[in-house]
Design a protein around this ligand. Sequence first.
Ligand SMILES: Nc1nc2c(ncn2[C@@H]2O[C@H](COP(=O)(O)OP(=O)(O)OP(=O)(O)O)[C@@H](O)[C@H]2O)c(=O)[nH]1
Length: 296
Amino acid sequence: MNALTLPDIAAQASRQALPLDWVGMCGIALPILIDDQRLAATADAGVSLDDGAARGIHMSRLYLALEMLDQQPLTPALLRKVLQRFLDSHEGLSNNAYLRIHTGLLLKRPALVSPLAGWKGYPVSIEARVENQMFHVELNIEVTYSSTCPCSAALARQLIQQQFLEDFGNTPLQHADVLTWLGSANGIVATPHSQRSSAQLRVQLRGEQLALTELINTAEAALGTAVQTAVKRADEQAFALANGQNLMFCEDAARRLNLALKRSDAVQAFHLKVIHAESLHAHDAVAESRWTRHSA
Ligand SMILES: Nc1nc2c(ncn2[C@@H]2O[C@H](COP(=O)(O)OP(=O)(O)OP(=O)(O)O)[C@@H](O)[C@H]2O)c(=O)[nH]1
């Protein structure tokens, strides 16, 4: 059998000498390790092709560098190592390296009152890059919560007052009668609308920790009405109370998240977007906010 040399097209000169910003592979399946959980993920791995005369990059070298990710817990330091390997294996071809990882974090969440608990999934993507020799890592996290419209609550309260006047306006008040009335349909003649809402947090990290769970907990605590997992009636009642105590326009939600993320040591900068999928409208109410830490 002839020992044939395999043709290597990537090593050829390009017909049109032109650098490219990003070349690589998208949607590579791999397991990753976050907080002792092995999670199914997909990765987009790429480098810049700065040598415009080179025909192509070496896809297999990027692919093989990803092996590190299924053996060690995901940290900014590990991401940096992977990106450095992208660059080391493309010396003379590439100056910048990029890695995006998409996954879903699973957190066990206790019920509000009952002793139950259930799993909640958080779509997460982690974007790391070495650009102009600077390393950056950013997280994209989605947190779902419930928002009850404060305007709708005020309008509903007014209708309840009117109903109260109609039912009791001309009669002396008896404590027991009022209590019974409060428990009747007339006592809540109108209800405010609420909706499942979503906070999309884009966070640039400043420390050596990925801080995913910490950031999710911070966001949920700031909102006060995170969607629940296992729910019995006692939990649903506590959720109704939480909603009543945390009436929120999308602006309120964005401000709460802004203030909470600013206080987090893990955060260098953020861009957040809250989306209230209105049940009043067929369109969404949306607010965005961004912030960058200025070092003292
Ligand atoms: N650059 C490039 N490679 C591609 C593309 N589509 C598929 N490939 C294949 O990716 C495979 C791996 O490329 P390389 O990493 O250069 O493989 P190799 O030359 O055997 O590996 P090295 O010796 O490390 O360079 C090759 O078989 C390419 O044909 C593409 O669009 N661009």
